[in-house]
Ligand binder design. Structure first.
Ligand code: HSE
Length: 402
């Protein structure tokens, strides 16, 4: 069993350790490891395998290309080349699947080889395989999930330890959870890409990540955390999608979740994915969503599946793109924060347009209200009216999901 590995960062190292730890059970031979600068690895135990020239990789014989360099280019070109050479590919690259999944699955099929990507979603949690194999007999109606370890880690530390956003982000980077450019984590792109991969597979239509409503956690402050605590909630970056009448709706955004909910018990770098299938009902998968060993474990399982001839290609990426609705059209509640001295005027508006509301806090500095409405449109309209009247320039809105 011969493999070539592209990338020797967090996940690459995790995979190499797993191969080493399991060498009595499985004899996997690493033919080469591609890095950016091989001079940095002169002291490494694997220095003899390390190269910074892709031609060295392709000049050796191997059965599986494991792509762990991330990003779109040149990862796309390397994977394409391997598939066209009839070499199976394992990747953890969610950015690429979300962008070029259709093209790569087509090339894999044309060349009768396999493209596997368990590690692209949920880190160490087996979720792609259960979704596409174990739940195959189900129509998946909807899913909700925490899909980014870095942001869950940040929100957990802000909540539990009162640490600032910037302090915790640094820690998450040191622990190897964050992306090379952490903007992808904190602005929700990474979670949206993962949600689009799961939604594509679950609904068997191509769902494009940029079509979701998308909001990251960079504007969450300690006051949001304070109000969440006051209401018996936590704040989580949640991805949710739903298939309804040939239309998908979905978002990735920070939301309030009740302390008794499933989502609120998933902290730090842990992820959770919950599917709702017509036969199975609600089924959830929880585990470490980021980190060296956990993600390495998923990559390793894909490699073993290919060696054991459990080959499959999932067609869903090649299906027609489906329309995605960004707004919540059913009953919802949201915490609204208004920094303004015109609290009376604002309350009058709320009274007129909202079915029901609770005042969470009202002080010289800020008016904080929980509103209950039958569509998110209503909230957006009220916020626009309040702004247009000049009562409050900038308000904050945080949905609560149950
Ligand atoms: N940056 C990602 C996360 C890594 O924090 O979840 C795992 O995909």
């Amino acid at each position: 069993m011969k493999i070539a590995i592209l990338g020797y960062g967090t996940v690459g190292k995790g995979l190499v350790d797993l191969i080493d730890n399991n060498k009595e059970k499985r004899n996997i031979k690493i033919q080469s490891i591609l890095v950016r600068d091989k001079n940095k690895y002169k002291e490494s135990k694997y220095a003899h395998l390390i190269t910074d020239n892709i031609e060295d990789v392709f000049n050796k014989e191997f059965d599986i290309l494991v792509e762990l360099i991330g990003g779109l280019h040149p990862a796309y070109e390397y994977i394409k080349r391997a598939l066209e050479d009839k070499i199976n590919v394992v990747t953890a690259n969610k950015d690429m699947l979300a962008e070029y999944g259709d093209k790569l699955v087509t090339i894999a099929k044309e060349n009768h080889v396999s493209l596997r990507f368990e590690a692209s979603v949920g880190g160490g949690i087996p979720v792609i395989k259960p979704l596409t194999e174990s739940l195959e007999g189900n129509i998946i109606h909807n899913m909700y999930a925490i899909l980014n370890g870095t942001t869950n880690f940040i929100l957990s530390k802000m909540y539990d330890e009162g640490l600032s956003y910037e302090e915790v982000l640094k820690e998450a980077q040191q622990l190897g959870f964050a992306e090379a450019n952490p903007e992808a984590d904190v602005e929700g792109y990474d979670a949206a890409r993962k949600l689009s991969i799961l939604s594509t597979l679950a609904y068997d239509r191509r769902v494009y990540w940029k079509d979701f409503y998308l909001e990251g956690i960079s504007k969450i402050d300690m006051k949001d955390i304070h109000y969440a605590k006051k209401m018996g909630c936590k704040i989580k970056l949640v991805g949710q999608s739903k298939l309804d009448d040939k239309k998908v709706s979905g978002f990735v955004r920070p939301v309030l979740v009740d302390n008794n909910s499933l989502l609120s018990r998933v902290d730090n770098e842990y992820n959770i994915v919950v599917f709702n299938g017509d036969s199975v009902g609600e089924v959830s998968f929880v585990g470490k969503g980021a980190g060296k060993e956990a993600t390495g474990s998923s990559v390793y399982s894909d490699v073993i599946d290919i060696f054991d001839n459990r080959l499959c290609n999932i067609d869903s990426f090649t299906k027609e793109k489906i329309k995605v609705e960004k707004i919540i059209r059913n009953n919802c509640q949201a915490l609204l924060r208004f920094k303004s001295p015109k609290t009376e005027e604002i309350l009058e508006f709320i009274n007129t347009y909202v079915d029901s509301y609770d005042i969470v806090d009202s002080n010289d500095d800020e008016l904080v209200i929980m509103v209950y409405v039958n569509s998110e449109y209503k909230i957006n309209n009220i916020l626009r009216l309040i702004k247009d009247e000049g009562y409050c320039k900038e308000s904050k809105k945080l949905l609560k999901i149950s």
